[in-house]
Design a protein around this ligand. Structure first.
Ligand SMILES: Nc1ncnc2c1ncn2[C@@H]1O[C@H](COP(=O)(O)OP(=O)(O)O)[C@@H](O)[C@H]1O
Ligand SMILES: [Mg+2]
Length: 163
């Protein structure tokens, strides 16, 4: 599965560090322990952070899935904190606050480790289905999991497309 690099124009500096961009969200580091995911939309040439009510619903959905996985000990997902309005660039944006995971992402692993990690993700996917969750089609995308080689576990993120 290809990693899709978002041709993201870096946002102007803010008090929070813009860590990474995905296909639909920007991740800001808000402390060494926590990150905030804010959704964005793409205009003609620019990207805009979203603070509409639909963005709130989408983040709530993502929080709910993450919370259910966390509670059931599936996927070693980041601890979900909640939805907050984060003040940034003099406006407030809905954001999903969760634990900051400091591990190599799937796409940063060497070939054999990536194979191992991918199999672990598949095992977690089966456990998720046992608790009646339907993983997103992008769950095996190496940009959507981290791998802890000392503990030999994967940590799954990005629940936007889960049901
Ligand atoms: N809890 C987290 N801790 C550390 N980095 C994260 C965390 N959540 C997301 N990221 C980083 O941000 C990127 C985009 O987040 P993601 O939830 O996948 O957004 P999108 O829905 O846009 O794909 C991830 O690929 C990852 O590098
Ligand atoms: Mg993603």
């Amino acid at each position: 599965m290809p990693i899709i690099e978002v041709p993201w124009v870096k946002l102007p500096k803010s008090k929070f560090e813009q860590l990474k961009n995905g296909m639909s969200g920007v991740i800001f580091g808000i402390s060494p322990e926590y990150v905030a995911k804010i959704l964005y939309s793409k205009g003609k040439e620019e990207y805009n952070l979203r603070d509409d009510e639909k963005a709130l619903d989408e983040l709530k959905h993502e929080f709910d899935i993450c919370h259910k996985l966390y509670k059931n000990n599936v996927g070693n997902v980041p601890k979900p904190l909640g939805i907050e309005r984060l003040e940034i660039y003099e406006r407030a944006y809905y954001s999903f606050i969760m634990e900051y995971i400091h591990l190599p992402r799937g796409d940063e692993l060497e070939f054999l480790k990536l194979g191992k990690a991918t199999n672990l993700v598949k095992e977690e996917v089966d456990k998720a289905m046992d608790i009646e969750l339907l993983p997103g089609r992008d769950v095996l995308n190496p940009a959507n999991f981290f791998y802890d080689s000392t503990k030999d576990i994967v940590r799954i993120i990005d629940f936007g497309r889960w049901e």
